[in-house]
Design a protein around this ligand. Structure first.
Ligand code: SF4
Length: 254
């Protein structure tokens, strides 16, 4: 019986490393958007392993689990890197709370999305300002909204390139990497969480349930995004073709 060679078995890792290096080489300055998910912890490890000039940031929405905040401290110590934190504009949070109860996010999709806009999208815009590319831990199999995810594309909404080096990775490959390399991870995964966001909008799931089913579970699967990755993207131009306009490259979905 023949098994996969080590090179073939690790092809997904090498491909991710190649993409990260390419992003750094062609689109500096580059930043990595981390929610401290298992996928993001893999990416942080790869960036540190290859000593890539990629800054890491977290959007601290003000509603994260204490376990997630603990992991930020742990990751800083484990990797010896700064992890930059962006918070929402306090005036916008105050304005929201003057019109809605804190947990009015359960009352309507519009209110939930306006909370995401204030607590996530505003800080994200600041984090991406002046950058040439951003890195995400999105994977195609995570949800119907991510099935067509490209691993490199022009992010027209934010005006920079977007790389998702784990786009084709399976959940098993993510966890195999974490275990094999002693990468720190969010302890909520040990309590039945399969995808982790803000505390009120995330819950543990039953074994075998879809991994994103614990996120915004009261909404239709088509709506279960926070807006960070909803913009339509375009296939990234090849090296040396950075002047190609969005209209001239094939469209793909973010
Ligand atoms: S995930 Fe929930 S708590 Fe977090 S910003 Fe969006 S609506 Fe608000």
């Amino acid at each position: 019986m023949h098994g996969a060679t080590p090179e073939a078995a690790n092809g997904h890792i090498e491909y991710a490393r190649t993409l990260l290096a390419r992003a750094t080489r062609e689109h500096a300055p580059v930043t990595l958007a981390s929610s401290m998910s298992a996928e993001d912890m893999v990416l942080i490890d790869l960036v540190c392993r290859d000593k890539l000039a990629i800054e890491v940031f977290v959007l601290d929405t003000g509603r994260l689990h204490s376990e997630t905040l603990d992991l930020i401290r742990q990751a800083r110590a484990h990797h010896g890197i700064p992890i930059k934190v962006y918070e929402p504009d306090p005036d916008e949070v105050e304005e929201f709370l003057n019109h809605h109860a804190l947990d009015a996010i359960f009352d309507s999709l519009d209110i939930r999305k306006s909370c995401c806009a204030i607590r996530k999208l505003g800080p994200l815009r600041r984090a991406l300002k002046g950058k040439g590319a951003w890195i995400t831990g999105l994977r195609q199999e995570q949800s119907v909204t991510r099935a067509d995810l490209a691993d490199a594309e022009w992010d027209a909404a934010n005006g920079l390139y977007k790389f998702s080096p784990l786009a084709a990775w399976s959940r098993t490959q993510v966890w195999d990497y974490i275990k094999a390399n002693g990468v720190p991870y969010n302890r909520l995964y040990d309590q039945g969480f399969a995808s982790i966001g803000c505390a009120p909008c995330t819950r543990a799931i039953e074994p075998g349930a879809h991994e994103r089913s614990g996120r915004w579970w009261w909404e239709s699967p088509d709506d279960r995004e926070c807006g960070l990755h909803e913009a339509s993207g375009h296939q990234a131009p090849a090296a040396g073709q950075d002047d190609v306009t969005a209209d001239r490259v094939p469209e793909s979905q973010s």
